[in-house]
Design a protein around this ligand. Sequence first.
Ligand code: B12
Length: 220
Amino acid sequence: MKKSMALDKLLINAVEQLNEEKVMELANKALKDGLDPLALLDLVKEGVIKVGKRYENQQYFIADLIMAGVIFKEVLEMKEIKKHFSSPGKTKAGKLLMGTVAGDLHDIGKDIFIGMMKANGFETIDLGIDVKKEDFVKYALENKPDIIGMSGILSFTVIMMKETVEALTEAGARKHSKIIIGGSHLTEENRMDIGADCFATDASEGVLICKKMLDMNARI
Ligand code: B12
C-alpha cells in the first residue's frame, strides 16, 4: 500500500516535470502492479493540473502545455487504456454525438468521455475540436443522437455552449436528444444559464448521468 502511494506521487511528479520517459515507465509499472486504468488517468490529470498551475505562475510556457498534452495522449494510447475504452460488442445503449465547442482546442477530456461511453455500449460520433454551433445542429439533425455532449475547458466556452444549445433548441434537435455539457470549471449555475439538460465536471460522473437519463446501469 505504502509502495503504491509512493508510485502515485512519483507519477504525478513526473507529469509535472514533463518527463515523458519517466511517466511512461511509471505508468507501465503502475498498471502491471494492478492499478486501475481509470485511476492512472486520474493521476496523470492531477499532474497536468499542476502543469497548468505552473503555466499560470509563468514558470511554464505554451510549449509546456503542448508537452503536457502530448504526454497525456501517449498514456491514452496505452493498450490497457484502449482496451478499457473499447466497445463491449454489439450492445447499443444509445448514440452519443460529441464535440469540443467553438474556440476550444482541448480534446483530452472529450476523448476520455467518448472512451467511457463506448465502454458502456454507446455508439459515438466524434465531431472533434473547435466545433461550430452550425455543425452540432447539422449532425444532430442528421443522426438523431440520444445524447449530445459538449466539452469546453476554457472558461469563456460557456458562451459558446449557450449559443450552441440555443441553436439546437431553435432547430428542434432537442426532440430526440438530451444535452450534457462537461468541463472541470462548470457549475449548476452555468448549466441553468446555458440551458443544457445536465452537466458534469468529470467524465465518469457524466457517464452515470447519461445512463440515468436513459434509465440504464452504468459500467465505469
Ligand atoms: C494540455 C493543455 C493544453 C493543450 C491541449 C492539448 C489537447 N490535445 O487537448 C494545448 C497546448 C493545445 C493548450 C492550449 C491552450 N490552453 Co490549455 N491546458 C492544458 C492543460 C495543461 C491540461 C488539459 C487537459 O487535458 N487536462 C486533462 C483532462 C482529462 O481534463 P479536462 O480537460 O478537464 O477533462 C475532464 C473533465 O473536465 C471532464 N470533461 C471534459 N469535457 C467533458 C465533456 C463531457 C460531456 C463530460 C461529461 C465531461 C467532460 O472529464 C474529463 C476527465 O475527467 C490545462 C490545465 C488544466 N488545469 O486542465 C491547461 C488549460 C486548460 N489551458 C489553459 C489555457 C489558458 C490555454 C491557452 C489559452 C494558452 C494560450 N495562451 O494559448 C490555449 C488555448 C487554445 C484553445 N483555443 O483551446 C488554461 C485555461 C484557463 C481558463 N480557465 O480558461 C488551463 C486551465 C491552464 C491554466 N491553469 O492556466 N492547452
